[in-house]
Design a protein around this ligand. Structure first.
Ligand SMILES: *Cc1c(COP(=O)(O)O)cnc(C)c1O
Length: 244
C-alpha cells in the first residue's frame, strides 16, 4: 500500500474510534477534509484513489491551479474543494467560482463578494462556514467568539443570499499541549454552533480539529475535521505561517 493510503487508513481508524467513544448526544457523521496545501497534484490523486473525496486548500491561487489540473476528478461522487485559508476580497470571485465550500467567512464584505460572484457564475449555492476566533489571538482571523452581535449580523447576511448556503461554523483553536485547554476551546465553538443551528435549518457542520487534536475535537462534537500532515506528511512551511 502507498504511504498516503496507509496514512488515510490510520486516520480513518482513529476517527471511527473517536466516534465510537464520544457521548451519545453527538450523532452526526464526521467528514474528513484532507488538507493538501503545498502538496502536489500527484499526492491529491493518490488520496483520491484511496477513497478520499474532500480536500482543503489555504491559498486561492495555488488551489485554483490544482483544482483546474485535477478537473477530471470533479462530478457526481467526485472531488469536493474547501477553502480553509484567509480570504481577501480581491480573491473572493476566484474562490466563489472554483471552491465548493468556503470555511473562512468572517465579514459581510467577503460574504457579499462571494454571493455576487457565485450568482454570476450560475453555480449551485456555495457552502459557507462562518469562522469563529475562540483563542482571542489577534493573529488569527474569525469573528470573536464573544461578539454575539457580529456573529448574528454575519449569519443573517449569509442566509439572505440565495447563492450562499450557511452550513455552520469553523474554528482554528489555540495550539496547546493541555487537553483541558483544547476541550474548553472546542466546547465554546460548539456552543456557537448549537445556538445557530437551533435557528437556521441549513446548519449541520462544525469544522474543528487538525492533525494533533482531531480525536479530542470529535469527542467535543466536531462534524468535520481538517487533517493535513497526518495524511500527506510534514510541510516545508511551518504550520503557524501556513495558517496566515
Ligand atoms: C494547515 C491547516 C490544517 C491542517 O493542519 P495539520 O496540522 O497539518 O493537520 C487545518 N486547518 C487549517 C485552517 C489549516 O490551515
Amino acid at each position: 500500500m502507498f504511504p498516503i493510503a496507509m496514512n488515510l487508513q490510520g486516520v480513518n481508524a482513529e476517527v471511527n474510534a473517536a466516534i465510537t467513544g464520544r457521548s451519545a448526544r453527538f450523532t452526526a457523521p464526521v467528514q474528513l477534509v484532507a488538507v493538501s496545501k503545498t502538496k502536489p497534484e500527484a499526492q491529491i490523486r493518490a488520496a483520491f484513489a484511496a477513497g478520499q473525496r474532500h480536500f482543503g486548500e489555504n491559498y486561492v491561487q495555488e488551489a485554483v491551479d490544482k483544482i483546474r489540473a485535477i478537473g477530471d476528478l470533479r462530478g457526481a461522487e467526485g472531488i469536493v474543494w474547501h477553502l480553509i485559508g484567509p480570504l481577501q476580497s480581491n480573491k473572493a470571485a476566484l474562490a466563489a467560482k472554483n471552491f465548493d465550500w468556503v470555511q473562512t467567512v468572517d465579514r459581510e464584505k467577503i460574504a457579499l463578494a462571494l454571493a455576487r460572484a457565485r450568482a454570476e457564475a450560475g453555480l449551485p449555492a456555495l457552502n459557507v462556514l462562518v469562522q469563529i476566533n475562540v483563542s482571542g489571538e489577534q493573529s488569527k482571523s474569525g469573528v470573536n467568539v464573544n461578539d454575539v452581535t457580529q456573529i448574528d449580523a454575519l449569519t443573517s447576511t449569509v442566509t439572505a443570499q440565495s447563492s450562499l448556503r450557511l452550513r455552520g461554523v469553523m474554528s482554528i483553536i489555540e495550539n496547546s499541549s493541555e487537553e483541558a485547554v483544547l476541550r474548553a476551546q472546542f466546547a465554546r465553538v460548539r456552543d456557537v454552533f448549537e445556538r445557530l443551528r437551533a435557528r437556521v435549518s441549513s446548519i449541520d457542520t462544525l469544522s474543528m480539529g487538525m492533525s494533533n487534536d482531531f480525536a479530542i475535537a470529535i469527542s467535543e462534537g466536531a462534524t468535520m475535521i481538517r487533517v493535513g500532515s497526518r495524511i500527506f506528511g510534514a510541510r516545508q512551511v511551518p504550520a503557524s505561517e501556513a495558517l496566515g
